[in-house]
Design a protein around this ligand. Structure first.
Ligand SMILES: [Zn+2]
Length: 131
């Protein structure tokens, strides 16, 4: 996926991949200190609950709310399913996923599932509910 993006002039370099429990704990604790627990819980997973600990989730491009409006952010959204990834936390689906919109956070689910989820415009939660 990164090769195809690069050939189009897009930079989708990995910002964050696998995290250990200890790393996630440090990140979460820092976010709670900065923003308080209630706000931190909308964007930061508690240790043990982060998809990054599964090794299946990656943050690519830029950790920036406007990333989804950039050419590479749009390309990522429209093409990552071809490589088995979904955009995990969609805009307007915050109530379902429990997380705010994260245009940079992708999760590997395999090409078949990723394609269905993308084409239906649904979240992993919604997919798992009906399948
Ligand atoms: Zn992430």
């Amino acid at each position: 996926m990164q090769n195809e993006a690069r050939s189009l002039g897009y930079n989708l370099s990995m910002v964050s991949g696998f995290r250990s429990y200890q790393t996630q704990q440090a990140i979460y604790n820092r976010n709670v200190l900065l923003d308080g627990e209630e706000l931190a819980n909308t964007y930061s997973a508690k240790p043990g609950e982060s998809e990054h600990q599964s090794g299946l989730a990656f943050d690519v491009g830029a950790i920036d709310d406007n990333f989804g409006e950039t050419p590479q952010g749009k390309w990522l959204h429209e093409n990552c399913h071809k490589y088995g990834f979904i955009l995990r936390y969609l805009k307007g689906k915050e109530d379902i996923t429990g997380y705010k919109y994260e245009p940079w956070h992708i999760r590997y689910v395999g090409v078949d599932v990723a394609t269905k989820i993308y084409q239906q415009g649904i979240t992993l939660e919604e997919y798992l509910e009906v399948n």
